[in-house]
Design a protein around this ligand. Sequence first.
Ligand SMILES: [Fe+2]
Length: 303
Amino acid sequence: MTATVSTSITGSTRYPIPELGPPGVHGICFSCDSIKGMDTAEETAIRLGSTATWYGVGILATDQELAEYWAEFCRRHGLHALFHPLDLDVCGTDPLDDRLLRSIGKRADELGSPWLNIDLAMWVREGETLLESLVPMALVDEAVDRAVDRIKHAQDVIGRPLTVENAPYPFVVGDRDILTLMTRIAERADCLMTIDVGHLYGLRTQCGLPPVLPSDDDIAWDRVVEAHMSGTFLRRFEGGVRVVDDKHDWPVGEEVWELADALLPRAPRLRSVMAEAEGMSADELTSSVRRFAARADHWWSAS
Ligand SMILES: [Fe+2]
């Protein structure tokens, strides 16, 4: 389904949150490795039945065959696809390539993804896709202008809204709060937001902050349509330095569930909560998604 695009009275292009499938559909999403995880995804989808309603597809813009494969997978299992392009670079230094953006738009059409999810990070460096080694956006005010300009341009060429996600932070540059920066970016670029609860827990823990901050009251929660969660791994170094890594093949820790419980009910338009699970077996993934479903009821309460 193509997103509805309208023009506001100020003349800027606005991307209202599109309806997909039954109006207001919300529910649990899962994701597997798009190349190595086909059998796991198939087995898990069969076992889950209607417990999951969305599936996260992370592929490159050039992968038409994979886009068609996962579109057919979603149709077969009654799942709605959410597209996460792995080569859309909204925080990098390479100029945006309109030909690539149009390819990303075609993949989104093939998948029927209502919006495109992208971490606020450098994804490409001098033409090379960084994939697992993406460089997170610096937590400084100057990062906002650059991201806004690139997101606006990408949305205009792709023709669908982007939802920007807080990236993982294996190292931190700057001292601004990521959700505050995301809100400024989303409001100025008129895009949507994804809260990765595990990434947020990790960043705030590394910075010695509590998981929930008073500034969270001022976040543009009405722009949040997706949330992600996965396992986390805390490493402690000399001098009190802590680093929290994402572990997609680990179960979600209690501290991340608690942060999700505290934040997600604030998002009245939350549609999808994703169990990011690349590397899990079908057994592990099935029970993980069932845990999400059992815990999820009050996350939708505001909507
Ligand atoms: Fe994520």
